[in-house]
Design a protein around this ligand. Structure first.
Ligand SMILES: [Zn+2]
Length: 1025
C-alpha cells in the first residue's frame, strides 16, 4: 500500500484510548505498572534499557531500548490493552521514482527463508486472529504493523513478519508479479501483444487517477526539490519499468537492516518475551552497519517559487468551468522539535478549521472554489513540516485573487490574532481526543510517532501531549502575541514558499496513454526474438506458479479450537423518556458520554428521499435557536466531541424484503458538558435555521466535491451498491443514499443557480425526521454518569415532545418488530415490508475518467438469521483467499478483489482493476471452482479463522450495545450465528454454492465503473451511464 502524507493533527484525531474489554483472558492486569520496574542500563536479551517513562495521560509506560549488537532502536508502550501491536519501520529514502521502496514492500511479503511458500502474508490472514495486518510505504519510511488479542498468534505473526523483512526470498518471479513485467496480453498466446503488467504498476496508475493525489505528490516533490522528497516513493507509473531486480535486492540490503530499523510494541503482553524472540530470530544474525539513510535538511529558498501542473478533467465535478486548484505551501521547521511542531499544528487548526477560522471565512465563504485544496493545513510527515492553504474547484481567472486573499489573510491574522474562546475550544477538542477510547490505539500510536522517530526525534516526548499543552498555555500567558509572532515568522517572512496551480487538460489521459505506449515501444524495440520467446516462457511459468495449489504447511497457524466458543454478553438496560425508548449501556468510557438517536423515515414523502443525505450533512451546520452557524460551530467545539447526523438503511435479520430506514444522530461530550450537549440538540430540534442560502451553497459545494473525489478511492463500494440495487428493497434505498445516484444528485444540486427550492424542502424533511413520535435513543456512559444522563434525556424529550406530531406512514406495509426479539413487550422498531418486491437483473456501466476499473456482481441470497447464511459467509471468505485473490490480483494485476456477504447479498468485487468484463468471468469461474469441491478441511478452517478475526475484533466502549440498538441484533442471535459458523461443513458450502450462486438459480446484478469500453458499448445488454 502506498500512503500519502497526513497532517499531524489528522493523526492526533486517531490517537484514542481504550481500556480492557475482553476480560476472558487472565493476564497481569497492570502491564503499565510492571513496566515501571525496568531501569535504565538494565540488559535484557541483547538489548539495553535507555529510559523508562510513565505517561499517565495515555495510561501507559514507555520503555526505550537499543539493541547492543546492531544499534536497532526499540520502543515499548506497556498498557492494559489486550489488542497488542507490533510494528517495524525502516528509513527508506529512494533517489528515483521507480517505486523501489514500494515494490520492495510488496515483494518481501512474497516468501522468506523460513516461510518459503508463495505469499505468506496473505496466507497468514487466514491462519490468524489478527485484528490488523498491513504494510505501508510513506515518503521516507516503510512500516509493517500487525495487531492481535491472542498471545500465541502474536508470536506466530511476529515470526512471519521478522522473517519476511530480514530474510525475504526476493525471487525474480515475485519482482515480476508485484513490480512490473512485460508479458503477452494473453499469456498463453505468444502472438498476443506485449503489455506492461504488475501489481504496483497498476496500483500506482490507480493512485494517480485521482487528481487530489496527483496534486499532493507534485506539491511535495516541488516544495522539497533537493533530496528524497523530490521523487515518488510509491513509483511513477512510467518510471517503474526502469527498475531492475538487481536494484531491488540492493535496496533491500542497504535499507532493511537492523541498524536502520525501529521496532515498536504495544499492549499488555510482556516485553521480555518480545525482545527475546526478536533477538533470537533476527537481530542476533546481523552486525552493525552505517545505513547512511539520513535525510539532509532542505536548503531554505531565498525567494518564493511558482509552478504549474495539469490533470485530467473531472466529469463529476460540480462545476465544469471551475476545475483549477491553487495553493500556497510554506516550508516550516524540523518536526523533531516537538513543541514547535505542536504549536504549529494547533496554529494550523486555528487558521483553517471550521467556519470561525480566518481562512474559512476568507476563502470558502466567498465561494471562489468548491473546497480547500486537497492538501491543506499542517503536514508533519516530512523532515521539515509544511503548511498549505488554497482552493480546489476554482476558475483559472481567479488565481490572482486567491493569492491576494491568502497574503491578506495572513496579514490580518498577524494584526488581530485569535479569540481566546477558539483557543480553548481547540484545547478542549484535544482533551476529548485523548480521552476517547478507541479499539486501535496501538496502531494510532505507531503512526503518530513514525515520522518524528524516523528522523531521530524523541518519540516519548511526543507522547507526553499534556506537557506540550502546559508549555503552550505558559507561552501564551507570557506573550499574548505568541501565535501572531509565529505567523509573522513562518508565513509572512518565509521565502521558502511555493505557489502551485493545477488545471485540467482535455488531452491529459490521451497524453498519458501515448507516453505509456511510447515507453512500451521503447522496451519492445530493444528485444530480440529470443528475448520475446523468453518473455512468453516466463509468462507461462508465472501463470503456472500462480495456478499451482500451494503448500502453506510451513506457516504457523492457530486452530479453530483456539477460538472462544462463546461471546461475552453486553448487558443493556431499556427505559423510556416521554414515551421514547432509551437504551443505557454502562461502559468504562473514561469520562465521556455518548448519545445516539435513531429517527425513522417512514412518514417522509417519497419525493423528499433523495434529499435526506443533504439534510443530514447540513442540519448541524446552519445555526439553531439563538445561535448563528458560527456560534453554533463554536459551541459544538467548546462543549462536545462533535455532533453528526447520517442516513441509515438497515436490512432486517429475518427477511430480505424488510428493512428499516432512518437517520442516526450521534454526539459525545465530557461528563460535565451533558446539559450543554442536550441544549444544542434541543435547539436543532426546535428551531434549526435553514434559510441562509449562501451558507447552504457553501455546504452543498463542499459535499458535492467530496463525493466526486471519493469515487476513485471507493469505486468498488459504488460498484457493489449499484449491482445490488435491484435485488432487495433496501438495496434500492441504499443506492439513493450512498450510491452513484446520490453522487449525481448532489452534482445537480451544486449546479443550481437558485437554491430556494432546496431550502423549502429542508423544514419539510425536519418535520418528519426530528419527531419524537418516531425515535429511540441510546446512551453509553460510566455507571456513575448513567443516571445523571437519564435525567437530561428526560428533560430533552419533555422539551421536544411538545412538537410531537403524528404523521401517517407513506408505505402501506409497516411492520412493528420488538428491538429485543425475546421480549415482545419491550420497545419496538418499525420496518418497511415489501412482500411483492421483484428483484431484477441489470447490468450498468459508468464511464469515468479512470485508467482502471471497479467491477462488481451481486447475488440475492438469504438474511442473517437464515440457516445457510453462515455457509455463504465461509464460502465468500474461502473463495476470496483460495481462488479470487489469485485470479484477480496475481494473474489479473488488479490491486484487490474478492467476495463478501452483507445485507443478504453475496457480492463479488474488484478494486483498481486493469480488466473489466474479463473479471466477471473470473467471478463465474470462482463459482465453478467452489462447486467442484476441490478444497480441503484446512481451507475451510482457515476461512473460519479469518471470519472470526473480524467477528471478534474489539468494540470500543462507545459502540457497545449498538448492534441491538440499531439492527435488533442481540447477543443471542450473534451466538447462534457463531455456532452455525463453527458447524459449517464441506457439504454445506457445496450446497450453498449450488443453491445460490449457479446460473439459472441466481438473481443478480452487475455494475462496472471504468474508462471508455468498446466491448460494453457494443453490447446492448449493458446500460451505459
Ligand atoms: Zn502497494
Amino acid at each position: 500500500m502506498f500512503r500519502h502524507t497526513k497532517a499531524v493533527l489528522e493523526k492526533l484525531r486517531h490517537v484514542r484510548l481504550k481500556c480492557r474489554q475482553l476480560p476472558r483472558r487472565q493476564r497481569s492486569t497492570a502491564a503499565k505498572e510492571e513496566a515501571l520496574h525496568y531501569n535504565a542500563g538494565q540488559q535484557i536479551h541483547g538489548f539495553t534499557v535507555k529510559e523508562v517513562v510513565a505517561v499517565p495521560d495515555l495510561f501507559l509506560t514507555a520503555v526505550k531500548l537499543t539493541h547492543d549488537k546492531t544499534g536497532a532502536q526499540y520502543l515499548h508502550a506497556a498498557r492494559d490493552d489486550p489488542n497488542n501491536l507490533f510494528s517495524v519501520q525502516f528509513r527508506t529514502t529512494p533517489m528515483d521514482s521507480t517505486g523501489v521502496p514500494h515494490i520492495l514492500e510488496h515483494t518481501v511479503l512474497c516468501g522468506s527463508k523460513k516461510y518459503p511458500c508463495r505469499d505468506p502474508f496473505f496466507k497468514m490472514l487466514n491462519r490468524s486472529l489478527s485484528t490488523f495486518m498491513n504494510a505501508f510505504t510513506a515518503s521516507d519510511y516503510t512500516m509493517y504493523p500487525f495487531s492481535t488479542q491472542n498471545e500465541k498468534d502474536f508470536q506466530n505473526l511476529l515470526s512471519v513478519y521478522l522473517d519476511a523483512v530480514f530474510f525475504p526470498c526476493l525471487r525474480e518471479q515475485d519482482f515480476w508479479q508485484e513490480g512490473w513485467r512485460l508479458e503477452n496480453e494473453n499469456p498463453t498466446d505468444a502472438s498476443s501483444p506485449l503489455v506492461f503488467k504488475g501489481v504496483v504498476f497498476n496500483e500506482m496508475k490507480g493512485v494517480f487517477s485521482d487528481n487530489e493525489s496527483v496534486y499532493g505528490q507534485h506539491l511535495q516533490n516541488k516544495l522539497y526539490p533537493d533530496h528524497t522528497y523530490s521523487v515518488v516513493s510509491g513509483g511513477e507509473p512510467l518510471a517503474i519499468p526502469d527498475l531492475t531486480w538487481e536494484q531491488l535486492k540492493q535496496f533491500h540490503a542497504t535499507h532493511y537492516h537492523p541498524s536502520n530499523a525501529r521496532f515498536f510494541t504495544y499492549g499488555d503482553l510482556p516485553l521480555e518475551q518480545h525482545l527475546k524472540q526478536i533477538d533470537v530470530e533476527a537481530l542476533s544474525k546481523f552486525d552493525r552497519i552505517d545505513p547512511n539513510t539520513q535525510v539532509p535538511s532542505q536548503p531554505h529558498w531565498t525567494s518564493p517559487r511558482d509552478d504549474h501542473v495539469t490533470c485530467s478533467p473531472d466529469p463529476m465535478a460540480p462545476d465544469q468551468s471551475r476545475q483549477n486548484t491553487l495553493c500556497v505551501s510554506y516550508m516550516l521547521g524540523d518536526i523533531t522539535d516537538t513543541f514547535e511542531a505542536f504549536t504549529l499544528s494547533l496554529l494550523s487548526s486555528l487558521m483553517t478549521s471550521g467556519p470561525n477560522a480566518p481562512f474559512y471565512k476568507a476563502l470558502i465563504e466567498p465561494k471562489i472554489g468548491t473546497d480547500f485544496s486537497s492538501v491543506v493545513g499542517y503536514d508533519g510527515s516530512t523532515k521539515e513540516a509544511s503548511f498549505s492553504i488554497g482552493l480546489q474547484g476554482m476558475a483559472e481567472a481567479d488565481s490572482e485573487k486567491v493569492k491576494n486573499i491568502i497574503h491578506q489573510t495572513i496579514s490580518d491574522i498577524i494584526a488581530k490574532g485569535f479569540e481566546d474562546e477558539r483557543i480553548e475550544a481547540l484545547l478542549h477538542k484535544l482533551e476529548i481526543q485523548m480521552k476517547h477510547q478507541s479499539t486501535n490505539f496501538g496502531l494510532s500510536l505507531a503512526s503518530y510517532i513514525a515520522s518524528l522517530w524516523n528522523h531521530d526525534g524523541d518519540p516519548v516526548e511526543l507522547l507526553q501531549i499534556n506537557n506540550s499543552v502546559t508549555k503552550f498555555r505558559q507561552a501564551l500567558k507570557e506573550n499574548p502575541r505568541f501565535l501572531q509572532d509565529k505567523v509573522q515568522h513562518y508565513f509572512k517572512e518565509n521565502t521558502h514558499r511555493l505557489t502551485l496551480s493545477m488545471s485540467p487538460d482535455d488531452s491529459y489521459l490521451e497524453n498519458q496513454a501515448r507516453a505509456e505506449k511510447d515507453k512500451l515501444q521503447e522496451k519492445i524495440s530493444a528485444l530480440s526474438d529470443g528475448d520475446k520467446k523468453e518473455i512468453y516462457e516466463k509468462g507461462l511459468q508465472l501463470l503456472d506458479a500462480q495456478s499451482k495449489t500451494q503448500d502453506a504447511s510451513c506457516l504457523p497457524a492457530l486452530k479453530v479450537s483456539d477460538i472462544a466458543p462463546t461471546i461475552p454478553i453486553t448487558p443493556v438496560l431499556m427505559s423510556s423518556a416521554e414515551g421514547v425508548p432509551v437504551q443505557f449501556c454502562e461502559q468504562p468510557t473514561n469520562g465521556l458520554v455518548y448519545f445516539r438517536a435513531m429517527c425513522s423515515l417512514n412518514t417522509l414523502p417519497e419525493d423528499l428521499k433523495l434529499y435526506v443525505p443533504l439534510f443530514c450533512s447540513v442540519v448541524t451546520k446552519m445555526g439553531c435557536g439563538s445561535l448563528d452557524y458560527r456560534q453554533q460551530a463554536q459551541q459544538m467545539e467548546m462543549r462536545t466531541g462533535g455532533m453528526s447526523v447520517s442516513p441509515q438503511v438497515i436490512s432486517d435479520c429475518s427477511s430480505l424484503d424488510m428493512f428499516e430506514q432512518g437517520v442516526l444522530l450521534s454526539s459525545s461530550c465530557l461528563d460535565r458538558n451533558v446539559p450543554h450537549m442536550f441544549q444544542l440538540w434541543q435547539d436543532i430540534f426546535n428551531s434549526p435555521h435553514f434559510d441562509d442560502e449562501e451558507r447552504l451553497r457553501v455546504l452543498v459545494m463542499m459535499s458535492a466535491q467530496e463525493l466526486s473525489n471519493g469515487i476513485s478511492y471507493s469505486g468498488h463500494m459504488y460498484a457493489v451498491t449499484r449491482a445490488s440495487r435491484h435485488l432487495t428493497p433496501a438495496g434500492d434505498l441504499h443506492e439513493s443514499f450512498d450510491g452513484m445516484e446520490q453522487v449525481r444528485f448532489m452534482k445537480r444540486i451544486a449546479e443550481m443557480s437558485d437554491l430556494t427550492q432546496v431550502i423549502r424542502m429542508l423544514p419539510r424533511i425536519k418535520k418528519h425526521i426530528l419527531n419524537p413520535d418516531n425515535m429511540r435513543c441510546a446512551i453509553n456512559a460510566t455507571p456513575q454518569q448513567v443516571s445523571e444522563s437519564a435525567t437530561h434525556v428526560e428533560s430533552f424529550m419533555k422539551d421536544v415532545a411538545a412538537k410531537r406530531k403524528h404523521f401517517k406512514a407513506v408505505r402501506p406495509n409497516i411492520i412493528q418488530r420488538p428491538l429485543d426479539v425475546l421480549s415482545d413487550s419491550g420497545p419496538s422498531r418499525k420496518l418497511v415490508n415489501d412482500p411483492d418486491f421483484h428483484p431484477c437483473y441489470m447490468k450498468t456501466f459508468f464511464q469515468l475518467p479512470f485508467p482502471v476499473n471497479f467491477v462488481s456482481e451481486s447475488v440475492r441470497t438469504v438474511p442473517y438469521n437464515h440457516e445457510h447464511y453462515a455457509s455463504l459467509c465461509v464460502l465468500a471468505r474461502m473463495m476470496t483467499a483460495k481462488f479470487l485473490h489469485g485470479e484477480i490480483r496475481e494473474k489479473g494485476g488488479a490491486y484487490g478483489g474478492g467476495a463478501k456477504m452483507g445485507g443478504g447479498v453475496f457480492s463479488f468485487y474488484s478494486y483498481r482493476d486493469p480488466n473489466s468484463v474479463q473479471t466477471l468471468s473470473a467471478f463465474r469461474r470462482g463459482v465453478e471452482w467452489a462447486k467442484s469441491g476441490q478444497f480441503s478441511q484446512q481451507d475451510i478452517d482457515e476461512a473460519k479463522l479469518s471470519i472470526f478475526s473480524s467477528v471478534d475484533s474489539p468494540v470500543a466502549p462507545s459502540s457497545k450495545g449498538l448492534s441491538v440498538f440499531l439492527s435488533g441484533l442481540t447477543d443471542e442471535m450473534k451466538q447462534h450465528h457463531r455456532e452455525r459458523l463453527f458447524a459449517v461443513t464441506h457439504e454445506n458450502i457445496l450446497d450453498a454454492a449450488e443453491r445460490y450462486l449457479c446460473a439459472g438459480h441466481k438473481t443478480c446484478g452487475v455494475a462496472i465503473l471504468g474508462p471508455e469500453n468498446d466491448a460494453i458499448k457494443k453490447d446492448p445488454s449493458w446500460v451505459v451511464k
